[in-house]
Ligand binder design. Structure first.
Ligand SMILES: NC(=O)C1=CN([C@@H]2O[C@H](COP(=O)(O)OP(=O)(O)OC[C@H]3O[C@@H](n4cnc5c(N)ncnc54)[C@H](O)[C@@H]3O)[C@@H](O)[C@H]2O)C=CC1
Ligand SMILES: O=C([O-])CC(=O)C(=O)O
Length: 343
């Protein structure tokens, strides 16, 4: 029996995410919260004849939404328009995530918190520092959702390989190809680092390899441009978010993960292999990085650093560039909480 809460459930991401989780066999109770329209969306989904119940709450009912929730997904916040970076969303979304995480700390202190809102690189540090201040922080319970980067990398790898060899799409199971890539780092532009684990595929891609890297790093922009002011990724994000949440939920039942090398943007100190990860990325002070995680009972119990041990020179370059930007993003999130407590 697992209660899942979605904060920001009425939005472009929130609605399809709610639908997908209403269909999940791992959810027994779905609680939807938003500052607008969540009651109606909850009622709508409650007519679906799956095993879970579903209730939408009004903006004054965050306590009821969160009470007994074991998993909380946060897609609340403003999305990008053309010309904006994810970092430009910080001013609007930092306060939203701070107040929602404060409520989680109060009403569901043991919940696993999955942060979808952008900029993930700064909002996860905000979530962590908020909980630390409340004395409620557990390192394995806060995860920045970077799974859309993996979903994209898997899709694009097959696309580019098919340009070289059209038979790949016809003869091979695409999911076999999917297992040959992972994504680490952060969730914005050059902080996103796709790693092709089967290096023979890098040779096959040849000149397309750089295009592949760029497309994974800037895949979000592709959607922002195509939507022409109507927002950013919603449906593919809902798919990636629901997949990620299902892996968290499966781990409550000790079921093996379906996704190999499922990554999340996590707080490294306090996690098994966290120090090792810091050393391998060449910055002992970097506190957050997206890496493949090991989940148990819904929480991250350790990080898998093996991907960092076999980096090619090009991948090392990508890591160095990412770390420089990430350090700034992380600091920005931390100081939003730490500086406000000095006032
Ligand atoms: N991690 C990732 O890979 C991705 C992250 N995102 C991010 O997800 C966020 C949501 O995107 P969309 O759903 O497209 O935006 P949207 O504007 O369609 O929906 C956001 C929802 O949040 C709600 N909201 C605002 N303040 C709230 C509060 N204090 N409490 C509860 N709900 C609140 C709004 O009422 C709205 O329903 C954005 O920040 C976007 O950048 C989007 C795609 C991918
Ligand atoms: O691009 C955006 O703003 C939304 C997002 O994070 C993504 O699609 O990866």
């Amino acid at each position: 029996m697992v209660k899942v809460a979605i904060l920001g459930a009425s939005g472009g991401v929130g609605q399809p995410l709610s639908l997908l989780l209403k269909l999940s066999p791992y959810v027994s109770e779905l609680a939807l919260y938003d500052i607008r329209a969540a009651e109606g969306i909850g009622k709508d989904l409650s007519h679906i004849n799956t095993n879970s119940s579903c209730v939408g709450y009004d903006k004054d009912s965050i306590e009821n939404t969160l009470s007994n929730a074991q998993v909380v997904l946060i897609p609340a916040g403003v999305p990008r328009k053309p010309g904006l970076t994810r970092d430009d969303l910080f001013k609007m979304n930092a306060g939203i995530v701070k107040s929602l995480v404060t409520a989680v700390g109060k009403f569901a202190p043991n919940a696993r918190i999955l942060v979808i809102s952008n900029p993930v690189n700064s909002l996860v540090p905000i979530a962590v520092e908020t909980l630390k201040k409340m004395g409620k922080f557990k390192p394995g319970n806060v995860m920045g959702v970077t799974n859309l980067d993996l979903v994209r990398a898997e899709t694009f790898l097959v696309d580019y390989l098919m340009l070289k060899n059209p038979k790949i799409g016809q003869e091979q199971d695409k999911t076999t190809m999917h297992r040959k890539v992972t994504v680490i780092g952060g969730h914005s532009g050059e902080t996103i680092i796709p790693i092709i684990t089967d290096k023979s595929l890098v040779f096959q891609l040849d000149k397309q390899y750089e295009h592949f890297i760029h497309r994974v790093q800037f895949g979000g922009d592709e959607i922002v441009q195509a939507k022409q002011g109507a927002g950013s990724a919603t449906l593919s994000m809902a798919f990636a978010g629901a997949k990620f949440a299902e892996e968290v939920l499966r781990s409550f039942h000790n079921e093996k993960p379906e996704t190999e090398s499922l990554s999340a943007f996590v707080y490294l100190p306090g996690l098994k292999n966290g120090k090792k990860a810091q050393q391998l990325v060449g910055d002992n002070s970097i506190e957050y990085f997206s890496l493949p995680i090991v989940l148990r009972n819904g929480s991250v119990v350790s990080i898998d650093t093996s991907v960092l041990e076999k980096l090619s020179p090009r991948e090392e370059q990508l890591v160095n560039t990412a770390v420089k930007e990430l350090r700034k993003n992380i600091e920005k999130g931390k100081s939003f909480i730490l500086d406000s407590s000095k006032l």
